[in-house]
Design a protein around this ligand. Structure first.
Ligand SMILES: [Zn+2]
Length: 251
């Protein structure tokens, strides 16, 4: 139970499932005739529409690759990342002209001196937020089309969004990543697979039953402990550096 509580991969739902199974396994050791998974299914109860919560929790723990939100979100939420076609020039605002018919205040409003000092201090240190239109040189318009790039090491998807005006730019990028995408490996799973880390069972059969007919066991194994972690396993490739000159560079 300590390991389950300390597992940073387990969200509150996965943790509840793992704890319920741990409890049921413990019961099965002390009492006869208790089937751990059936007992876990019983103690987890039912959800608001009367379905056993266990079923959804196990389905959510099926090991799989979940693409990032940027791939699946609505195109209008994603700014176009192609270079800007025309440089951005802020248009001058209209000069302020007071309304001659507006009522005149009896006494102009003034901040109390201590607040005025604070305001002056705040204004002196204020820096306006970054404006991507002038600084990054990207288009930033509402997007229309997503080009998916697959990481050659992990098979994970990186989304590139483009607007309608940048259709040919999107075509070029799609052509650039085509070969890389075809050669990319099956994506390393990044979610689920916690039950096999803690308990022995025929998990493939269990997941197959609850996760739906499209679920297939990942090539990297069912257990999340066995998956290569991008930070560790894949780092090794990046450490190779080009050596300029005779002496090998030290990393
Ligand atoms: Zn654009």
């Amino acid at each position: 139970m300590r390991a389950i509580y300390n597992d940073p991969r387990a969200g509150h739902k996965a943790r509840e499932l793992l704890l319920a199974v741990a409890y049921a396994v413990y019961l099965g050791k002390t009492e006869d005739g208790v089937s751990p998974l059936r007992e876990a299914r019983r103690v987890l109860g039912r959800n608001s529409i009367g379905r056993p919560r266990y079923d959804d929790l196990v389905a959510a723990d099926a090991p799989r690759y979940a693409p990032p939100r940027a791939v699946e979100q609505h195109a209008h939420l994603s700014p176009c990342e192609a270079p800007r076609l025309r440089p951005y020039r802020p248009r001058p605002g209209k000069p302020y002209e007071p309304d001659p018919d507006a009522p005149v205040p009896i006494r102009p409003y003034e901040l109390p001196p201590e607040l005025a000092a604070l305001k002056e201090e705040a204004m002196a240190t204020y820096t306006p937020p970054r404006d991507w239109r002038t600084e990054d040189g990207v288009c930033g318009a509402n997007s229309y089309r997503c080009v998916e790039e697959k990481d050659p090491r992990t098979g994970w998807v990186i989304a590139h969004w483009f607007c309608k005006r940048h259709a040919d730019h999107a075509d070029r990028v799609a052509e650039q990543v085509r070969e890389q995408n075809e050669a990319a490996p099956e994506p390393v799973p990044n979610t689920g697979g916690l039950l096999p880390c803690y308990f022995k069972a025929d998990w493939e059969k269990v997941y197959r039953h609850y996760a739906g007919k499209f679920w297939e066991p990942p090539r990297y194994g069912l257990c999340a402990d066995d998956w290569p972690a991008p930070g560790e396993t894949f780092q090794a490739h990046r450490r190779l550096r080009m050596v300029l000159g005779g002496e090998p560079a030290e990393d």
